[in-house]
Design a protein around this ligand. Structure first.
Ligand code: HEC
Length: 101
């Protein structure tokens, strides 16, 4: 019984250790292209726009921040991302740039 409890605690702790566990990074990558997420970022930081995620003074500092910022960005182009799309995009951005644990 004790062992089971310990195992359950371990599982829930490790689940928390991965933000956007419900997201699929491959799908997120495709959504990023589909919604032309780079268009504004390119205009702002040049290149392929990805420098917006790696600049020293980047705004996103946590997994929660990331979701909020994506809502702001998609709102600016009149798109409403579904919660699954947010998870997918965040999983991809996190895997590629942010590495939040
Ligand atoms: C209408 C223009 C526009 C579009 C389209 C857009 N963004 Fe952005 N995005 C911005 C701007 C401007 C910033 C910088 C905000 C700042 O400096 O605080 C930004 C910043 C971000 C950041 C934070 C970067 C950092 O500083 O850590 C993320 C994450 C992001 N965008 C995701 C997305 C995603 C995902 C999409 C596609 C669904 C998207 N954006 C589409 C304008 C846009």
């Amino acid at each position: 019984m004790k062992k089971t409890l310990f195992l359950l605690m371990f599982i829930s702790l490790s689940a928390q250790a991965t933000p956007f566990a419900d997201g699929n990074a491959n799908r997120g990558n495709k959504l990023f292209t589909k919604y032309e997420c780079s268009s504004c970022h390119e205009a702002r930081v040049g290149g392929d726009g990805s420098a917006i995620f790696t600049r020293a003074d980047r705004t996103v500092r946590s997994a929660d921040n990331l979701i909020v910022q994506m809502e702001r960005c998609s709102g600016a182009i009149g798109k409403q991302l579904s919660s699954q799309e947010k998870q997918d995009l965040a999983a991809w951005l996190n895997q590629s740039y942010y590495h939040f644990k």
